[in-house]
Design a protein around this ligand. Sequence first.
Ligand SMILES: Cc1cc2nc3c(=O)[nH]c(=O)nc-3n(C[C@H](O)[C@H](O)[C@H](O)COP(=O)(O)O)c2cc1C
Length: 397
Amino acid sequence: MTKSSEEKSLFQEFENLLIKATNTANEGITISAMDQPDRPLIFINDGFERLTGYSKEDVVGKNCRFLQGEETDQAPIEQLRRAIRSGEQTTVELLNYKKDGTPFWNRLSITPLKDQNGMTTHYVGVQSDITELRETQRKLKAANEELELFQKKINFELDEARRVQNFILPTTHPTTSKIQFASLFEPVDQIGGDFFDIIDLGDGRYGVLIADVTGHGVPAALLTFMTSFAFKNIAIQSTSTAHVVSVTNEKLYNKMPRGSFITMFYAIYDANDKTLNFTQAGHPEGFVLRPAIKEVISLKSESPLVGAFSSKSVNYSEAKIQLQVGDKFLLYTDAILELWNRDEVMLNREEFISFLVDNAHLPIAELLESVKQFGLQYSGKETFNDDFTMVGFEVLK
Ligand SMILES: Cc1cc2nc3c(=O)[nH]c(=O)nc-3n(C[C@H](O)[C@H](O)[C@H](O)COP(=O)(O)O)c2cc1C
């Protein structure tokens, strides 16, 4: 064999390999001649035949636009036109039709082949059937839209629930020259499990309640409604804190989901003789701050939680303390006690009390605000991890 015939046979072998590889590809591979009238196809691979159902005899010599039909969008066609006019590569997704009329989504990429002068002589097109992919994308988009709608609906309902929950919180506090009330309420979720109440019981007596229901969100909110109504019904009729808590417990016991309970601290202050009666039911101790002697008095009656045991098996006790002008009475939920600083050290009771001693002189509203700031500073955070609620009053005269 001469050298040139040897080269020829090598070239032939390589060309055959290329054609074989091209025909094995799943995608359609096409070549259009740019220097012929109407830029016809001069080559299609087997993949194109499989994809479209058209044979080489059907299509070679024709412009590939025959794949387009009634529903084909004009925008990708315009993009192809523009790319071809300026000799650039482009990729589009467009609706095409197979020989038997079946529509399919075609991801078409066309790339120019240029001669040594930079003139585009041919274009190579690669066609992929992305019908399934488009269908999956469409379903995903529809599912996402549905999910968004659902999320909006839930958010709306949570906002509504919060609005309703706010109904059970007092919006204004009783005002009298003898006593000044203050409160702070910050749920971590849109709706939370903390609540408080201040009730004018008449004849210079006031009921002050703080309660914390297990959990957060909607289940906790529903329990707060139940608890608040059960409590208020009896609170307006009774002068004994132990009786009020006991009846509230009896009403809630059996109606609460298993594992749920409420901690509460209920006090009745009589402004006539400045006595405070209280029942502490599984809730953190209350405090009386006596700025005159820089003292903080702990209020405990150590009764069980509410809603978990039958009133027949538990006993709610009541304790009493004599208050003085200038005293501040303070109730809070456990968010302030369950604080960790950056070194993972939990705030201890002594630190909290010493803060209260140092700030006992502040007017009641400022005092509550300063406790909040103290808690946030301690944890180094901008918000609490748990619902944060405080209620209190100051004896004015
Ligand atoms: C190599 C190549 C492959 C092409 N393949 C397709 C195709 O598979 N489907 C299609 O709808 N258009 C295809 N086109 C685009 C059309 O041939 C044509 O360029 C387009 O419809 C815009 O030009 P027109 O205004 O002359 O129709 C291809 C174009 C080239 C250059």
